[in-house]
Design a protein around this ligand. Sequence first.
Ligand code: F6P
Length: 357
Amino acid sequence: MKRIGMLTSGGDCQALNAAMRGVVKTMMNSDEQVEIYGFLEGYRGLIYGNYRMLKSSDFSGILTKGGTILGSSRTPFKTITDPDENGLDKVKAMKQNYYNLNLDCLVILGGNGTHKTANLLRKEGLNVVTLPKTIDNDLYGTDMTFGFQSAVDIATACIDCIHTTAASHGRVFIVEVMGHKVGWLTLNAGMASGADIILIPEIPYDIKKVAEAIENRKKNGSRFTILAVAEGAISKEDAKLSKKEYQKKLKESKYPSISYEVAAQIQELTGEEVRVTVPGHTQRGGSPCPYDRVFASRLGSEAAKLILDGEYGFMVGYKNREIVKVPLEEVAGKLKYVSPDASIVKEAKMLGISFGD
Ligand code: F6P
């Protein structure tokens, strides 16, 4: 008999349900008896003992369903060891609930912050297996996270739509793409949709170069320009500021996000009419794309295999086209950035895409 606790933590994404289904179906198809406890709303459920015992029917029909049947929440790692407002020791409470239910293992689906806490629980002696979710694809130790390809599809579709209206009106359009501190989503959606300029956090931009790229297009007969701008994009000037100084600048800025600042600067430098579109959380919503359904199912299945074999303390990841197990201590606390020297960046530049650098 294996008693498994499961939770989804942090920002949701597509294919969380597909991944959980993959774990449970594989466990239930094995010779092992299995009991599944679903903790509700991420680590919050584990802290406050808020869980539901799940049956195989709970996992039926969810392969194509977005969101998470368990709900999610953000429980910041930086305050995880602080007592809650009633003085409760959160780490102790999580351990207590694990032991009270006599669990063999926790299956934790999450991104960066989630993995820091998962690693802490591992260090505290709990058996943990994790699965890499996030539309940002910024998790260290895996080439791909589930949710990413679905988000690329949505951001690409958004830029495709903008393309036609931009062409009709001869305007400059900025589409702001999610991705937190990294540019994977913007780079891939930008290339997939034929964006002319791509701004990502890893390659700080010079606004004059951005304006120059727009003017060059105009000189060459193009009536419109599309920019895919990462929500975390940063100018060369701002990249020189300390973290504290930059945060102060953002706080005091009159613009709701970086795209609006870039738009105002382009307008001033080129005289062009600029519009901003922010698809926002639509990028995390809806049904997972076929790639993510297959990918998340495979990861889930391999996670179940680890549990059946009694192997704990790993994230199930994807490296060089193989599903691999990565020790949690190698994953926690690190981000996977786009390298400015990556071949995809070089190829994008050879295609004529400007990064404003
Ligand atoms: O990490 C996923 C993500 O969607 C990021 O791309 C984005 O910066 C952030 O979450 C938004 O967070 P929230 O849903 O808390 O607004």
